[in-house]
Design a protein around this ligand. Structure first.
Ligand SMILES: Cc1cc2nc3c(=O)[nH]c(=O)nc-3n(C[C@H](O)[C@H](O)[C@H](O)COP(=O)(O)OP(=O)(O)OC[C@H]3O[C@@H](n4cnc5c(N)ncnc54)[C@H](O)[C@@H]3O)c2cc1C
Length: 412
C-alpha cells in the first residue's frame, strides 16, 4: 500500500469530545476508516466535569423547543433520527447505572467517566484511530483528480493526513482552561461560511453593588423562583423558567439564572418572581398574619435570612403588617413578584456551560450536518449555532448531530 493510501481516511474528526467521539464510533461501526485528532492531553474532559461529575447525558423530553438557534427548525431532522431513548439504550447496554434527577434529566449514578469510557469503547468497536495531543495547523480542499481520490488534506504538527471528509467537532469557547477553542469558527471563516455571533450562555450573572445591595450577603441560599429574560424582537425572544435560583457572592446563579442568561443581552433587565407558586394576596391577606412582623410573614415562605433581607430592603424590618401602609405594602409585593434587575454582565467563558451562536445553520444541510458549499466538510456539536437549554439537551445535540453526520459519512 502506498504512503498516500496508508493515511487516506474516509473521515478525519477534529475534536474528540462528546460529538466527535460519538460520531467517530458510529461511523467506524458503519465501516468507515476514521481518525480522530485532538489537541488535548486528555480527551472527554468536558464530559468528565459535566453535571457535577455525574454527566447529565440526556433529557428524556429533549425536543426542538429546548434549543436556541437563528433557525429553530434546523435541529428537527437530527433530533428525530437519534432520540434520547436511543442514547439511553446505549448507556443501558454498557450497564451504566443512571437516574432521573429532575424534569427528565438523566445523570450517571456513579461517574461521568463511565460515559467517556463508553464512547472510547464504541470507537474501539469501530476501529477508530485516536491521536492526541496533535495540533491541527490547517485544512485544505484538494482537487478531486489528485490520483488518490482524497478530497481534503489535514496538516498537523505530526504530518499530513488525507481524507474524503472532515468533521469539525471542536466544540465552543466555554472553559478555556481545558482546551476550548473556536477553531471550528476559524475554519468556517477561512472557507467563507457565515457565523452567528457567539457569546457565553448558561452562565451566572453579575450585578453592580447597587442592584445587589444586601442580597450579596446571602451567598449560598437557593430558592425556587420564576424568571423571565430576553425581549420581544430580540434574537430568541422572551423566556420563562420555573427553577431554583442561587445567590452567590458575585451575583445570581442556579438553573433559573443559567437558563435566563441564554436569552439575556447587555443592558436588559431580567424579572424575578421570588414567590414562585405562593399566592401573594393569600399570604398577606391572611388574618392570622396581620399582627405578625413583616419578616416573620416572609419567613413562612423564605429562609429566615432572605425574609429579613426583603423586609430590610423596603424598610419594613420590625414592623407589624397591620401597621404597614398601602404604598409600602405594594412596594414589597412588587419586589417579591416582579423584581426587575439589570445584571452588570455575565461571568464569561470561564463559567459558561455553552456557547451561543456558532457556524450559521443556513450554511449546513440539517439532514447531514455537511456544508452546502464544501461537500465533505461537516460541523457537529457545540460549534454549530444550536444551543440547548440546561438539563442534558446540549449532550443530546452532540449525540444527534454526530449521528446524523456519521450516517451521511457511511452513505457516501
Ligand atoms: C462545566 C460544564 C458542565 C456541563 N454539563 C453538561 C451537562 O451535564 N449536560 C449537558 O447536556 N451539557 C453539559 N455541558 C455542555 C456540554 O459539555 C457541551 O455542550 C458538549 O461537550 C459539546 O460537545 P462537543 O463535542 O461539541 O464539544 P466538546 O465536548 O467540548 O469537545 C471539543 C473537543 O475539541 C477539542 N478541540 C478544541 N479545539 C481544538 C483544536 N484547535 N484542535 C484540536 N482539538 C480541539 C477539545 O480538546 C475537545 O476534546 C457542560 C459544559 C460545561 C462547561
Amino acid at each position: 500500500m502506498s504512503a498516500e493510501r496508508a493515511n487516506n481516511w474516509d473521515a478525519i474528526v477534529i475534536g474528540g469530545g462528546a460529538a466527535g467521539l460519538f460520531c467517530a464510533g458510529v461511523a467506524g461501526q458503519l465501516g468507515q476508516k476514521v481518525l480522530v485528532l485532538d489537541h488535548a492531553e486528555v480527551l472527554g474532559e468536558k464530559i468528565r466535569i459535566s453535571g457535577g461529575g455525574r454527566c447529565n447525558f440526556t433529557n428524556m423530553h429533549s425536543g426542538p423547543a429546548n434549543f436556541l438557534s437563528l433557525n429553530p427548525n434546523f435541529v428537527k431532522s437530527a433530533l428525530s433520527k437519534f432520540k434520547p431513548k436511543d442514547f439511553i439504550e446505549l448507556v443501558k447496554s454498557y450497564n451504566i447505572p443512571f437516574h432521573e434527577k429532575h424534569k427528565g434529566q438523566l445523570f450517571c449514578d456513579v461517574s461521568a467517566k463511565q460515559i467517556v469510557d463508553m464512547l472510547f469503547a464504541e470507537c474501539a468497536k469501530g476501529g477508530v484511530v485516536i491521536k492526541n495531543p496533535v495540533t491541527v495547523e490547517s485544512i485544505h480542499q484538494l482537487d478531486q483528480t489528485d490520483g488518490v481520490g482524497a478530497l481534503w488534506q489535514v496538516v498537523t504538527n505530526q504530518g499530513i493526513q488525507t481524507t474524503k471528509a472532515i468533521v469539525m467537532a471542536t466544540g465552543g469557547l466555554p472553559v478555556p482552561a481545558i482546551g476550548a477553542t473556536d477553531f471550528a469558527l476559524d475554519i468556517a471563516k477561512q472557507l467563507n461560511l457565515p457565523i452567528v455571533e457567539v457569546r457565553p450562555a448558561l452562565v451566572p450573572l453579575s450585578f453592580t453593588s447597587d442592584e445587589f445591595a444586601n442580597l450579596s450577603e446571602l451567598s449560598g441560599l437557593s430558592v425556587p423562583v420564576k424568571v423571565s429574560s430576553g425581549q420581544k424582537g430580540q434574537r430568541y425572544g422572551v423566556c420563562y423558567f420555573d427553577e431554583d435560583l442561587l445567590l452567590t457572592h458575585k451575583g445570581l446563579s442556579g438553573p433559573a439564572i443559567l437558563q435566563g442568561s441564554s436569552y439575556w443581552h447587555e443592558g436588559e433587565v431580567i424579572q424575578i418572581n421570588w414567590l414562585n407558586d405562593v399566592d401573594c394576596d393569600e399570604l398577606f391577606n391572611d388574618d392570622a398574619n396581620r399582627l405578625k412582623l413583616t419578616e416573620n410573614i416572609l419567613g413562612i415562605v423564605f429562609p429566615q435570612r432572605l425574609a429579613k433581607a426583603f423586609a430590610e430592603q423596603k424598610n419594613l424590618l420590625g414592623r407589624k403588617w397591620a401597621e404597614v401602609g398601602k404604598k409600602d405594602r405594594q412596594a414589597l409585593k412588587d419586589l417579591l413578584t416582579r423584581w426587575s434587575v439589570k445584571p452588570a454582565g455575565t461571568l464569561g467563558w470561564k463559567k459558561a456551560e455553552v456557547m451561543l451562536g456558532g457556524v450559521d445553520t443556513k450554511a449546513l444541510d440539517g439532514q447531514t450536518m455537511m456544508s452546502k458549499q464544501h461537500p465533505g466538510l461537516y460541523f457537529i456539536g457545540e460549534c454549530v449555532d444550536v444551543t440547548g437549554h440546561l438539563g442534558g439537551h446540549n449532550f443530546q445535540w452532540a449525540w444527534a448531530s454526530g449521528f446524523a453526520c456519521a450516517q451521511s459519512l457511511a452513505r457516501k
